[in-house]
Design a protein around this ligand. Sequence first.
Ligand code: HAS
Length: 546
Amino acid sequence: MIQKELRPVILIELLLPLALTIFGIYHGVLQVLYRAGVIQDTSFLGIDYYQGLTAHGVINAIVLTTFFAVAFGNAVVSQLLDRAVSVRGAWIGLTLMVGGTLVAAFPIFAGKANVLYTFYAPLKAHPLFYIGVVFLVVGSWVSFWSWIPGYLRWRKSHPAQKTPLGAVGIFATFIIWQICTLPVAYEVIVQLLPFSLGWTKGVIVVLSRILFWFFGHPLVYFWLLPTYVMYYMTLPRLAGGKLYSDFYGRLAFLAFIVLSAPLGLHHQFTEPAVSSGYKFLHAALTFLVAVPSFATAFTVAASLEHGARQQGGTGLFAWWGKLPYFDPQRWLFPYLFMGLVIFILGGLTGLINASFNMNALVHNTSWIPAHFHLTVAGPVFLAILGMSLYLSVGLLGKPCASPRVALAVPYLWTLGVFTFSAGLFYGGLRGVPRRTNLGLSFLDSSSVAYRPDWVIGEYVGAVGGCLMGLAVVLYFYVLIRSLLAPRSEQAADSFALPEAAAYHDENVGAVRNFGPWIAAGVIAILISYVPPLVQVLGGNYVPAPG
Ligand code: HAS
């Protein structure tokens, strides 16, 4: 059971960032309108294009995802490890995260931090932006640390038991987060903050970019792994069956600890300061990090098949028809299932990006946002929406007020995100740039830069973006109606996250201990990052002024 005293913490961690997401999604819809030339201006309703794009990225990709990972982690650890969360630690973590978010929000909304979610130097934000980000991250560390003593206690009192798979997934998520936030903490505290305060004349841009992507790629697995926890722990149960293999789940989570970080240079294939041998190493490791996702695809598909066959499914393929796609009682199912469907394309396009020569065609074009909307705005965002609704109404002892509308949301979002991405993939292959207010140039028919061949992709993207916006409106309709429904203390007390039993419950020693996997991860980082860092530090680069 989830600790009762932890409920308010989890509810704030779910609902506060969701409220901010209204701005995040609004600026997403504005993005497609600017880019399709529907808005032909530098700003709309007083908010500048790059200010809105920063709010879109920071709120959706940093704030929402971090708060959700902590909230879901609190719920999973509390339920699976016999109330292992230190409530005081959880409150301190929450306070730091909320404080940091509010501090960072101020310069963003005042237009003094138009640096996008990657805050590339020498773009310069107001110091409060960097200070806020630091507090948000430190708050998430404190929340993670508040699980460790309880976990160690649990291990002592259950010596013969395996750590439950969901808890392994959550710990893997936060071990990755703990490791990958160290380089970005260095970048922010040593390079960007003094630069923004005017204490230094400039920033060595190459170094800051390497440090950012050292963080930026494992960041995507910090986003993804809570979703994988739901795929392994919850989805098989919703499908009416069991998890096909407990071992494969553990192996996937532990493999991510080793492989998430040592490959960030695949975001920098065009970086002139690093030689191509290191880029090749990172490219090869990128192909390796797809393996735990392929293993997940197999294990989850086998679990779905098991569930469908329990419901009377037969045949080689006919069993797919027995999954609960439209069951209002199991409205959470399509939030997870449609995420998997979207991720097939998101993952495959990631492998295209990782291929050195193909990357040269798509880098910095609209292909890249098409890819990442099929990942972070696909499986990750749908899982966050579904689980936030499930957890918040469950913890309050309320019913989902409109289960049929709740069911429609993931399907509409999927239609929207596929349409959006189709337009952006099409445009990207024709050279349409990302992060550009196209309505002022390439999509303005009166401009000398006008590109009529780019129009169709951006129009299709805009239709998709509007459908995504509509899906979120429906989601908030359900969420608000559910929050206003009458509560039952009894229902709240008996609430628990659905946890699937394992069909094959293997007992393999190699996946019962985090230690060797963390050590292997650190060695992989040293091998892949020390040489390129030495190369950059020896390069005598002149700091760039802001
Ligand atoms: Fe990526 C750029 C490569 C995964 C997010 N990525 C980005 C950026 C973001 C992002 C935000 O190598 C842009 C950053 C920026 O602002 O510049 N990515 C990969 C690779 C993977 C990958 C190889 N990315 C993700 C995930 C993300 C994410 C996950 C967020 C959550 N990505 C790149 C590269 C770039 C990049 C380059 C830089 C490009 C550039 O030039 O800038 C892999 O991890 C993907 C492996 C996944 C699979 C899919 C497995 C499929 C599953 C579903 C099974 C379905 C079932 C249902 C069972 C191989 C698990 C069946 C149902 C039926 C109906 C059939």
